[in-house]
Design a protein around this ligand. Structure first.
Ligand SMILES: Cc1cc2nc3c(=O)[nH]c(=O)nc-3n(C[C@H](O)[C@H](O)[C@H](O)COP(=O)(O)OP(=O)(O)OC[C@H]3O[C@@H](n4cnc5c(N)ncnc54)[C@H](O)[C@@H]3O)c2cc1C
Length: 464
């Protein structure tokens, strides 16, 4: 098995992919740069709204070969990020975004069924747990705030039930959100690729954009050709952080994953056979699920930081932190000691200061729109992102183009080299803090202070 575990499995299921490179000068109504979920959903929504639009996607490698083809496959809503949403929008606006993100979980499953995308979608919910005593109650401030608005997406569970649903008593406490799913991420990406093509979207792969002309009619240049487009959409994930306007709005950091050998019998014995998504409440987030074939797929955040957003090859291939990820997994499932790890991989996360994506016009250019900052939660939210970008492209004045995630002003990280040095310093403080908490010890005030400078994580802290 290679490092590109999900992608290889998806290509085997889909059959050989026919690839067309961009050659020569062409024109299009819309040129989308980046063929991950965000670019493909945007293309599909544009063709749904206006079938006559000519839409092309220019992709550096193969569609889905970025983060979309190698994530954890959690499809989750924004209810866990409601406290952060409240800083961007009114309670009604925040509730609207979170509500649409919860709808997106079901919508994604329905879309896959209707379009014949077999991506092992299982609508079995999300278990949000505490894997150390210190984490217990990490959700309480959020749950209390939501209750004030009469919204109750999280079901409280007693500790025995949390242990039962996750198949391990190392989950000490937790809550459950029913509106969540897991899927095979690369099968979804290749399914969207097929649907986009069927709807008339032209896909140019193995054609990295080398330059973007920002004239009145923007032009995307690759080594073999160029696309002059009425509108350009930048859906480049971490790679987009090299653009000067976006550079300080995200830090690029690795998330690292392992997949075990199949052990369906053992997972059934410990009661971990459903398609539930699980994560704990660390900043060094542990997140895991199983596959229908009985593998455990386990990930951990906060790996390699990219200096000045230079992604390079640091996020390709097997994970250099696989041993650390395996240790975390074995700590939670000691009873699976005989099950070997079969693959590992890594990928880039475009982490924004508030953990939420942002959409807008590049440097105010009316013809160039972008979406960035999914912060490690993009499988469900890119369904929304595609609708937002399609509305911005069509200059539609609707709920999508007016929602709080469309914002030209975004909190920024410090410039380099302070950002890089600061990120490493904060990560090491977090590492020390969580190690001490795991050992039942109280971290010192300096460690707590530095760790507290971390941007909002996948799971909100008590302060939101
Ligand atoms: C290890 C890992 C685990 C994750 N787990 C989860 C999870 O369980 N649940 C969840 O919701 N989210 C998860 N995420 C995040 C999620 O995968 C992303 O938020 C989502 O895939 C973003 O989609 P995208 O289209 O923006 O990015 P991508 O899929 O990365 O697409 C961007 C595309 O742009 C292309 N590109 C870049 N530069 C150029 C260029 N110059 N020219 C042309 N094309 C270019 C890239 O090749 C890439 O295909 C995870 C991410 C990682 C890395």
């Amino acid at each position: 098995m290679t490092e590109a575990y999900w992608f290889k499995e998806a290509v085997e299921a889909a059959g050989p992919l026919s690839v067309q490179r961009l050659a020569g000068r062409i024109t299009a109504d819309v040129c989308i740069v980046g063929g991950g979920y965000l670019g493909l959903w945007t293309a599909i929504r544009l063709k749904e709204a206006e079938p006559a639009l000519s839409v092309v996607v220019v992709e550096k490698a193969l569609c889905g070969s970025g983060a979309s083809g190698r994530n954890g496959g959690f499809v989750t809503s924004y209810w866990a990020k409601y406290l952060s949403l409240l800083k961007l929008a009114t309670p009604e606006g925040a509730g609207w975004i979170a509500g649409r993100s919860a709808d997106a979980v079901r919508e994604l499953g329905d879309f896959c069924r209707e379009q014949g995308i077999d991506c092992d979608y299982r609508h079995d919910g999300w278990l949000w747990t505490a894997s150390s005593r210190h984490q217990i109650g990490a959700w309480e401030g959020l749950v209390a705030e939501l209750a004030q608005h009469d919204v109750r997406p999280f079901e409280p569970l007693d500790p025995a039930e949390v242990a039962r649903r996750g198949g391990t008593d190392r989950n000490l406490a937790g809550v459950f959100e029913a509106e969540a799913a897991t899927l095979q991420p690369a099968k979804l990406a290749l399914g969207l690729r097929r649907v986009a093509r069927e709807r008339g979207v032209a896909l140019y792969e193995e054609s990295p954009m080398q330059r973007l002309d920002r004239g009145r009619c923007p032009v995307v240049h690759t080594a073999g050709g160029s696309v002059e487009a009425g509108k350009v959409v930048l859906a480049m994930n971490a790679w987009g952080s090299r653009l000067r306007e976006l550079r300080r709005r995200v830090v690029v950091v690795a998330s690292d994953m392992i997949a075990t050998a199949p052990a369906p019998q053992r997972l059934a014995e410990i009661g971990f056979a459903s398609g539930v998504a699980i994560c704990d409440s660390r900043m060094f987030l542990n997140y895991w699920r199983n596959t229908p074939g009985g593998r455990v797929v386990f990930g951990r955040s906060l790996g390699h930081f990219a200096f000045a957003g230079r992604v390079g090859d640091n996020y390709e291939g097997p994970s250099p932190r696989a041993a650390e990820v395996e240790t975390a997994w074995r700590g939670l499932y000691p009873m699976l000691r005989e099950v070997p790890v079969a693959a590992s991989w890594t990928g880039p996360i475009d982490r924004s200061v508030d953990g939420l994506p942002f959409f807008g016009h590049l440097g105010g250019h009316p013809g160039i729109v972008y979406g960035l900052g999914f912060s490690g939660q993009g499988v469900g939210p890119t369904v929304l992102g595609g609708r937002i970008l399609a509305s911005l492209v069509r200059e539609a004045a609707d709920d999508w183009s007016h929602c709080g995630l469309v914002r030209e002003t975004v909190e920024t990280f410090p410039p380099e080299p302070f950002r890089y040095v600061g990120a490493i310093g904060v990560r090491e403080a977090l590492r020390r803090k969580e190690r001490l908490e795991d050992a039942g010890r109280k971290p010192d005030a300096a460690t707590v202070f530095v760790a507290g400078l971390a941007p909002t994580g996948y799971v909100p802290s008590k302060r939101g």
